[in-house]
Every structure is written in C-alpha cells, then in structure tokens.
Write a protein that binds this ligand. Structure first.
Ligand code: PNS
Length: 159
C-alpha cells in the first residue's frame, strides 16, 4: 500500500489545501492529512477544531483520513509507514523553505517529498491571508468551504 501524508498547520483548511489533498488521493492508495505544529505560527483554531474541519470537507474522498502529530514529521512517517510527503508549491517564494525541509526529511529517514504545483486559481491563497481578511470582515467565501467560513466568522466574533 502506498501511503502519503499531506502535512500542514491547516489553520484553517482552504480550497488550496483541499485541491492538493484531492489530487494526492488520486495518486496514492491512502492519504493521511496530518495536522502538525508549526512553531513559527500562532494558531486561531485548536488542533481538534482544525481536524474536524478537514474531516468534514474531505468526507467525499474515501481514501483520505485525518490525524495529528506533536513531533517531527519524519517521526510520524516512520511510525505510520508513510512513503511520501506531499506538499503544494504556490510560488517560487515557497520553494527555498520547502526545499530545505524536503532535504532535511530525506536525509533523516529517507522519506521522499513530492511537490505538486498549486492550481493557478489558488496560487495566492494561504490560511494567513484568509485569517487576515476574515479578521477585518472581508469576504473569504471563495477561498474556504462554507463550514470553515462560518467557523472563521464565529471565531472573529469571539465565539
Ligand atoms: O502549513 P504549514 O504551517 O506550512 O506546515 C508546516 C509544517 C507543519 C508541515 C512543518 O512546520 C512541520 O513539518 N512541522 C513539524 C515539525 C517538523 O518536522 N519540522 C520540520 C523540520 S525540517
């Protein structure tokens, strides 16, 4: 069985993430979407809230499941027999950091990273942009699924 992981902070999941997850699910027997900590980012949603949003929005993808992990991504891969890490690349600005992580992860336990080109319609999209827009009352309905949009509105309103 070829198992891949789509790792990220997913705070919250966007249509950009979902496009990569869906396309990865067509290439592998199983895709695990793993919610991990990014120590450089403060989060708006709890890990459980983020997982639930991903569960609900990937329910139609039968070979996709959701998990979380507190430690290094390579340790998750080792513990769960994951053969490949799948990441979306939006623009050249993503590349330096992603290449560095891919090389560290390859050197560590030999886990391959496969980069997928983000669909052009999503190339500007990030969770950070979505949160910034939502914070100031901007319309993010074209960037995130309805349930994520509602969760953002509630969180911004202090709920
Ligand atoms: O969605 P993000 O925030 O760009 O995802 C980054 C993430 C969470 C995948 C990355 O920070 C990560 O892998 N964190 C887990 C710890 C780890 O393995 N760090 C990589 C060291 S090279």
């Amino acid at each position: 069985m070829k198992r891949a992981v789509c790792p990220g902070s997913f705070d919250p999941v966007t249509y950009g993430h979902l496009d990569i997850i869906k396309r990865a699910s067509l290439q592998f027997d199983e895709v695990v979407v793993a919610v991990l900590a990014n120590r450089t980012k403060a989060s708006l949603f709890s890990v459980e809230e983020r997982m639930e949003m991903i569960r609900l929005t990937t329910a139609d993808f039968k070979n996709v499941r959701v998990d979380s992990w507190q430690g290094l991504l390579v340790d998750y891969c080792k513990a769960n027999s994951v053969q490949a890490i799948v990441k979306g690349l939006r623009a050249v600005t993503d590349f330096d950091y992603e290449l560095q992580m891919a090389q560290v992860n390859l050197q560590g336990v030999g886990v391959e990273t496969m980069f997928m080109a983000t669909a052009p319609t999503h190339s500007f999209l990030s969770s950070s942009i979505v949160k910034e827009l939502a914070h100031y009352g901007g319309d993010v309905s074209s960037m995130v699924p309805g349930i994520v949009n509602e969760a953002l509105k509630a969180r911004v309103a202090g709920k």
